[in-house]
Design a protein around this ligand. Structure first.
Ligand code: LLP
Length: 418
């Protein structure tokens, strides 16, 4: 069980700091809203996962969809991570961050012909195919290029991840992968295709998984299939168990990398194959905060009080989309007793709410607040909705900070329009 505190964002010298660097000093220079990331937290999370799996040969393919800002992807490259990319765009980011094509796993339901052609031509490490049809399209494209594509099949084991339904992917009703019982035949029927080389088995049952059992069952399902395929003579090189390990948004203890490894390794060991992991959130989620400014406050008779921020669902969509909980902390120390607040964004939708009935100290216009655990699926899911400009992003490392993405300008935003 891991400690229920944010290790990177703490109050020092009377105001919030990220690894000792004052949030106010960052905001003075770059304004709000801004995503602030701790490089130390990213490294620590990666190393924790790596150490947890030390008992078996493994590779960590960071799930770029969680956050593919170039500097973070480069940071992960520098400490030995590999990547899981979900689109041509993510593959290009990975290549520009210094990854070799062989370090990339390409997953994704609905890869286009253009994406597949590029992945095959680049000799991507493995393409995780989502259907028999996709395998056949890969075969045809690879044969047209006179190449052999390295592929795996994503299986859907019909296991409930016990997470939010919008981010559970391993049930029969979900669009992902092929039903487990059909998988062996799909491999068998295609194993002699000249342009396909089956190197793995892939499973990913969902995200923000907070108990070990679904992860264990998914790993067991993948391992069983891998063993069957090995006995069929398929020369597999790995079992890919996807991502999914959650983080303690509520600040309460929950399973961590060591519990995850302890649950899945015994299942996977019987294949004798190296394990591939695709964690996203567990690597970057806790490393980032979204810092915003209070732009209005109001109290209704009857007691409801609102703090309106300059960031909303355009900058962090998770609460609006999944009803997700994020801790919110004032940057300055509390100036009075806590009362109940609705902390909301400026977007013209009633779903644009970060927190309802949250106990917080008095908030005033111009106060800064940090929305914690926004490193994963924050900036990656941000949009220009209501013509909000994409925020700046800052990376704190060893007592210094650097702007890793400047704030979008109106001209940037309109550059594509005539
Ligand atoms: N591998 C595959 C094939 C995936 O689809 C995903 C996430 C991952 C790995 C990484 O999963 P993670 O370790 O981060 O759980 N926007 C949602 C999460 C969507 C997850 C999509 N797939 C959220 O904000 O909670």
């Amino acid at each position: 069980m891991r400690a229920p505190v944010s290790e990177s964002f703490t109050h020092t010298q009377n105001a919030l700091a990220c690894d000792g660097v004052s949030i106010e000093s960052i905001v003075e220079r770059v304004g709000t809203p801004v995503y602030v990331y701790s490089a130390r937290a990213v490294r620590d999370a990666f190393r924790e996962m790596d150490a947890a799996f030390a008992a078996c040969p493994h590779a960590i393919h960071y799930g770029m969809k969680a956050n593919s800002t170039l500097a973070l992807v480069r940071l992960l490259h520098s400490i030995g991570s590999k990547v899981d990319a979900n689109s041509r765009g993510e593959i290009e980011v990975a290549l520009r961050a210094g990854y070799r094509p062989r370090d990339i796993v390409f997953t994704g339901v609905g890869k286009t012909r253009d994406e597949l052609e590029h992945a095959i031509a680049a000799d991507i490490g493995v393409i995780n195919a989502e259907s028999a049809g996709e395998l056949d399209r890969i075969d045809a494209l690879a044969s047209g290029q006179g190449r052999e594509a390295r592929v795996a099949l994503r299986v859907n084991p019909d296991i409930d991840a016990c997470s939010h339904p919008n981010i559970s992917t391993g049930l029969r009703i979900n669009k992902f992968g092929v039903p487990l019982p059909q998988a062996r035949a799909i491999y068998r029927e295609r194993r002699s295709q000249k342009s396909l080389r089956f190197v793995g088995v892939h499973v990913h049952i969902g995200s923000q998984i907070t108990t070990a059992d679904p992860l264990r069952h998914a790993a067991a399902a993948a391992a069983t299939l891998a063993s069957e395929l090995q006995s069929d003579g398929v020369a597999l090189e790995h079992v890919d168990i996807g991502g999914g390990l959650g983080i303690p948004y509520e600040g309460r203890p929950m399973i961590g990398a060591a519990d995850y490894a302890a649950a899945v390794i015994p299942e996977l060991r019987r294949t004798g194959l190296p394990v591939l992991l695709e964690p996203g959130r567990a690597i970057v989620g806790r490393a980032g905060a979204l810092v915003a400014r209070v732009v209005d406050t109001k109290r209704y008779t009857g007691g409801r009080q609102f703090a309106v921020l300059d960031a909303g669902m355009a900058e962090l969509m998770r609460p609006a989309l999944y009803g997700s909980f994020h801790r919110i902390v004032p940057v300055r120390p509390p100036r009075g007793a806590e009362t109940s607040w609705d902390v909301v964004g400026p977007i013209c939708e009633s779903s644009d709410v970060f927190a309802r009935d949250r106990l917080l100290p008095p908030l005033e216009v111009d106060d800064l607040v940090a929305i914690l655990d926004a490193g994963a699926y924050g900036s990656a899911m941000a949009s220009n909705y209501n013509r909000h400009l994409l925020p700046a992003e800052v990376l704190v490392d060893q007592g210094r900070w650097a702007l890793i993405r400047r704030r979008q300008t109106i001209d940037d935003m309109l550059a594509l329009e005539s």
